[in-house]
Design a protein around this ligand. Structure first.
Ligand SMILES: [Fe+2]
Length: 481
């Protein structure tokens, strides 16, 4: 219940029949009529009902130190003053308790609403480590909770750039130009002006954003035309709410909502709830950004490794990267989610990493390898798998690498697995591996054309290669250079 509450509202809150019953009990206990007045001394209730009174002894009734009304007893009843004091005190206590209960109920309801929103968000986000997903879910939730003409999620520009997010991870924040830290770019925009809003960038070193970030709290403006701090918006705005996304005392972005569809202003309860959601999501966004940075670092390192190994042989330079790109396209064609595609991309990038232990003279030998040399080359899937197994985050990939030279008919190595018992990613890598090998120059032959390579591969279906997965490869082969 709001402050400045009046007695009639208190009576509604406590229930009229209970107030009347209370007056009856006072009346019975002290053998006198009892009257309840509001703070202007206008009559509210009497007991007995409809009694006439003229001259009253009155005692104030308080709520949080303010007089909200009076209890009175007719002087004609000749009551002791102590009776009236007792009634006044009791009425004050009862009203105070009712008010506190109501406030607590309101608080519980608000907390419940806040928890429900957070629960809904956490269910939808799960353990999401994808910045796009988190921002989309956040924008959706804000739009559902507070339908507005536009809801945007903006993030700091230095956090959106891959290379810079990597420098953020390794703690070289100072390398990021200050100007990049003060620009926010729209990551997601929903609503009537989404296309215009999605192109918008705002500076945090001036205007309303500066104010919100300096204060580290939400900011609402009822009429932006009357606020000289308003600037930079590319679409019509009248009412505005900015909720900063803050993690560990530093901002990473903001939620911006404009003009509620019901025409009302943004209420303090809504702002408080959105601030709670923003705090929750800011942590998730930061975690996702860190994860993106680590992943980016991992991919760059893996690529650098594969290129280092391939640098020994001019004919295979870039092979792993091309195999990785082809395998990723096949996985996309299979309809697998981006997270899984990233793993296959990485596994394909590292599939020949075991060759780091293969002597250079064998790798570069012109002409046929003898049995001993061939045995050494055949060690590379096992060596690679053992290396990758040492990295807990990549342990699952080691099996894919281990089996990339198995053949569909069971005549491959190292385990002579066949058909579906070969991990599916290994069968995909095998297809990409063979295609790239056939379409690349070798010391002993020129590269086959795409058509010639496909013809050769088709002849090996069911023997070396998985015929079903090859069907998916054929669908994407036209995309390849
Ligand atoms: Fe290999």
């Amino acid at each position: 219940m709001k402050e400045g509450v009046q007695m009639p509202e208190i009576i509604d809150l406590l229930d009229k029949s209970r107030i009347k019953e209370l007056l009856r009990q006072f009346s019975d206990a002290f053998g006198t009529s009892v009257i309840l007045l509001d703070k202007n001394e206008d009559l509210l209730f009497t007991f007995p009902e409809n009694m006439h009174h003229t001259d009253l002894m009155k005692e104030p009734v308080y709520l949080r130190d303010s007089i909200v009304g009076y209890v009175g007893i007719p002087k004609a009843d000749n009551p002791p003053r102590s009776s009236l004091c007792f009634i006044g005190r009791n009425m004050t206590e009862i009203i105070g308790m009712g008010f506190e209960v109501d406030s607590l109920s309101g608080e519980v309801a608000k907390n419940y609403e806040e928890l429900s929103l957070l629960r809904s968000l956490s269910t939808r986000l799960g353990a999401a480590l994808n910045v796009d997903k988190i921002c989309n879910e956040l924008a959706d939730e804000v739009m559902n909770f507070c339908p507005s003409k536009n809801v945007s999620i903006l993030l700091r520009s230095d956090m959106l750039a891959d290379t810079l997010s990597t420098s953020y991870i390794v703690g070289s924040k100072n390398l990021v130009p200050e100007s990049r830290k003060t620009m926010l770019f729209t990551k997601v925009a929903l609503g009537a002006y989404s296309s215009s809003a999605s192109m918008m960038s705002l500076s945090t070193d001036r205007g309303l954003l500066k104010h919100a970030f300096d204060k580290k709290e939400p900011l609402t403006v009822c009429d932006v035309s009357a606020d000289e701090r308003f600037e930079g918006f590319t679409y019509p705005v009248s009412r505005l709410l900015i909720v900063p996304l803050i993690v560990e005392d530093s901002f990473i972005g903001a939620i911006v909502a404009t003009d509620k569809l019901d025409g009302e202003e943004f209420f303090s309860t809504e702002i408080k709830l959105l601030f709670s959601i923003a705090s929750y999501c800011a942590i998730s966004i930061k975690k996702a950004l860190l994860y993106d940075g680590i992943r980016s670092l991992l991919f760059s390192t893996a690529e650098a490794f594969s290129l280092t190994i391939e640098a020994k042989d001019v004919y295979t330079y870039g092979h792993s990267k091309r195999v990785s790109d082809i395998a990723a396209e096949i996985f996309k064609e299979l309809g697998l989610p981006p997270e899984i595609i990233n793993w296959i991309r990485l596994a394909a990038l590292l599939h020949d990493i075991g060759k780091i232990g293969t002597p250079e003279n064998i790798l570069n030998k012109k002409g046929r390898l003898d049995i001993h040399e061939m045995d050494m080359v055949k060690q590379h899937p096992l060596s690679g798998a053992k290396m990758i197994e040492q990295i807990p985050m990549l342990r699952d990939l080691s099996q894919w690498i281990l089996h990339h030279h198995e053949r569909y008919d069971g005549s491959g190595y190292p385990s002579r697995l066949s058909g579906d018992s070969i991990p599916m990613p290994s069968r995909v890598i095998a297809i990409a591996d063979v295609f790239d090998a056939l379409t690349s120059d070798r010391s002993y032959r020129k590269a086959y054309t795409k058509g010639e390579a496909l013809k050769i591969m088709r002849e090996s279906l069911g023997k070396e290669l998985d015929p079903v997965l090859f069907g998916y490869f054929e669908k994407i082969v036209s995309l390849l250079p």
